[in-house]
Ligand binder design. Structure first.
Ligand code: V4E
Length: 218
């Protein structure tokens, strides 16, 4: 893509509001009580990439290849962090052109023709087995709530309650919805629960992990 071209946003980006939790032994029973249905059971590999000086992740940008697709998560507001209390909010880009634009802006380099041409390094790669549940819609609500139960191949399990929204105005009520569901599932905690990537880094790349903690990214 030419560096002067505007991004082609064929796929509108969504804002993902979520809260992670430690999955206890009775979480599935609780999901069942709330009327949740198992939507899918999937297994995928995520590989995460950054520049040698870690410019992407130190600015809370998470570029990954999930199976055959590129994805980028970044905070909805420039200069802000995605972590808000114990919950998170991230825009998720899936269009390669949009990802190239954002990454080149973050790295301060011209847009290359593809993501591979940035010459980034893989810093984490693992396989996740995910069971995804859909909660029933409350009356007069069109907010879809999804609960994921993840098991990563490095011996780590985590759950997350997630709501997708399209606009900034919808974020606050999404935070409240996610918190309410965590309370109903009996997994609510005031403090953030670490996710798969942070745990992978803590176990395998202590230096990268320490830099992210010092930069208040995780
Ligand atoms: C955003 C982020 C990272 C990238 C991985 O994001 P995560 O939502 O944990 O992955 P996953 O596999 O559940 O993605 P999904 O399938 O839902 O799209 S690694 C660290 N962060 C930032 C971050 C943070 N600072 N604190 C917490 C609690 N989570 C994430």
């Amino acid at each position: 893509m030419n560096s002067e071209m505007a991004p082609s946003a064929q796929i509108p980006a969504s804002i993902e509001v979520e809260r992670k939790f430690v999955p206890g032994p009775d979480v599935e029973k609780k999901l069942c009580t709330l009327g949740a249905v198992l939507l899918e059971e999937v297994t995928f590999r995520d590989s995460y990439y950054d520049s040698p000086d870690l410019l992407l992740t130190l600015n809370d940008n998470w570029l990954r290849r999930r199976q055959d697709s590129w994805e980028l998560k970044h905070p909805p507001q420039k200069g802000a962090r995605g972590l808000k209390g114990a919950a998170t909010q991230y825009m998720e880009l899936t269009s390669e052109d949009d990802i190239i634009c954002r990454v080149s802006e973050e790295l301060g380099v011209p847009c290359p023709i593809n993501i591979e041409s940035f010459g980034l390094n893989e810093f984490a790669s693992f396989v996740t087995r995910r069971r995804r549940f859909l909660l029933p819609l409350a009356e007069h609500s069109n907010t879809k709530v999804v609960v994921d139960l993840d098991e990563a191949d490095f011996g780590f399990a985590v759950g997350e309650v997630e709501v997708l929204v399209k606009t900034q105005e919808e974020i606050e009520s999404a935070f409240q919805k996610v918190e309410e569901i965590c309370r109903q599932l009996g997994v609510f905690r005031e403090t953030p629960v670490q996710g798969k990537v942070s745990t992978f880094l803590q176990m395998n790349r202590a230096d990268h992990f320490r830099k992210l903690v010092e930069a208040h990214v995780i």
